[in-house]
Design a protein around this ligand. Structure first.
Ligand SMILES: *Cc1c(COP(=O)(O)O)cnc(C)c1O
Length: 379
């Protein structure tokens, strides 16, 4: 099936009791059993919920995977992935991952003796060099946040297969509409559904997708044992949102493309990071493994003062953390989303104090460009 057909139908059969076309929200913590040892396959709300099952099947189909496992947040999904490992294991992670992912591995998993190497995974030779006898997982984010650097998915899969590592891709920035890492042979895909998948900035959620039955069984056990599950209402909202994912992603992509062209020609913009521009150093790789470039753009304005002046003067763009909603957002990564990354590490990544990140929404493109144009006059 095509993406939009799956988005609207996968995982959703009319309700067996009433024929309701839309999946009901099953607000229940438990299920009555007919007699001892005889249930309808449902026992307890943390373990299983029909609204959650529909969401899991739906997103699994969009990612071209077999199994979806939903969580209460993107971070909860990442926690459960980390719980596949043991103390003493080693994991290779992109050095420019989401700030919360860095904080989780660096401040929490380290205490459990999980070793991590922070690597520029856009350079495959560095990944190979980082493999140790106790390496069990390679975890990458592509494109990265906020530098939009790209990791070669095929290279990651090849290294993972050669060294029997579990490969994990955080696909939050592209959504399954523009990138499906499982089709390259990746073992696990994770999303913060808070971002593009839900797309309306009204839910915190996460999901993991895999086609590996063994990994699925382990994650299903962890989902129940750790208990960081999403509420039925949140599952309903995200399921409602995936129906328009393709439409929204096309609009994000078109708007961002126009915005990127405008910004790349603007004299006050010192540098622009957007994989859809031929000037992006990995534009060719982006075209090879993504079918679009998404709505995220970062620009270098040279100083924190310049950044502040832009942020202060935008009218449609809201100054806020997060991304991927229909409304446009603007943020200052160094003091907001990436404040937990030490300054020295930020500088190495190019994540300077003058860097501003745009999440280009689904408004009218001309209005968005006019807003940034007038705000840049104050820079
Ligand atoms: C937001 C985000 C996360 C964390 O997800 P939450 O839903 O906020 O817990 C993980 N990875 C990426 C790329 C993100 O943007």
């Amino acid at each position: 099936m095509g993406f939009q057909t799956d988005a609207i139908h996968a995982g959703q059969i009319p309700d067996p009791t009433t024929g309701a076309v839309m999946t009901p929200v099953y607000f229940t913590s438990t299920y009555a059993q007919e007699e001892l040892g005889k249930s309808k396959g449902f026992d307890y709300g943390r373990t299983i919920n029909p609204t959650r099952i529909a969401l899991e099947k739906n997103i699994a189909a969009l990612e071209k995977g077999k199994h979806g496992i939903a969580f209460a947040s993107g971070m909860a999904a990442i926690t459960n992935i980390a719980a596949l490992l043991n103390g003493g294991d080693h994991v290779i992670i992109s050095n420019n991952v989401y700030g919360g992912t860095f904080r989780f591995f660096d401040k929490i998993m380290k205490r459990f003796n999980l070793e991590a190497s922070w690597i520029d995974t856009s350079d495959a030779s560095q990944i190979e060099k980082a493999v140790r006898p106790n390496t069990k997982m390679i975890y990458v984010e592509t494109p990265t946040n906020p530098m939009l650097s790209i990791t070669d998915l095929q290279a990651v899969v090849n290294i993972a297969k050669k060294n029997t590592l579990i490969s994990v891709v955080d696909n939050t920035f592209m959504s399954p509409y523009f990138q499906t890492p499982l089709t390259f042979g990746t073992d696990i895909v994770i999303h913060s559904t808070t971002k593009y998948i839900n797309g309306h900035s009204d839910v915190i959620g996460g999901i993991v997708v895999t086609s590996d039955d063994g990994i699925h069984e382990k994650l299903r056990f962890l989902q129940n044992a750790i208990g960081a599950v999403p509420s039925p209402m949140d599952c309903f909202l995200v399921l409602r949102a995936t129906k328009t994912l393709g439409l929204r992603m096309r609009q994000h992509n078109d708007n961002a493309m126009h915005m990127a062209k405008f910004l790349s020609e603007h004299p006050k913009v010192k540098k622009i990071y957007y994989p859809g521009l031929p000037s992006h150093p990995q534009h060719a790789l982006a075209k090879k493994q993504m079918s679009g470039f998404g709505g995220m753009i970062s620009i270098e304005l040279g100083s924190i003062e310049n950044g502040k002046n832009l942020l202060r003067n935008v009218k449609i763009f809201a100054l806020a953390e997060s991304l991927g909603g229909v409304e446009s957002l603007i943020c200052h990564p160094a003091s907001m989303t990436h404040a937990s990354v030490p300054q020295e590490d930020r500088m190495k990544l190019g994540l300077t104090d003058g860097l501003v990140r745009l999440s280009v929404g689904c408004e009218d493109s001309e209005d968005l460009i006019a807003d940034i144009r007038q705000a840049l006059e104050h820079v």
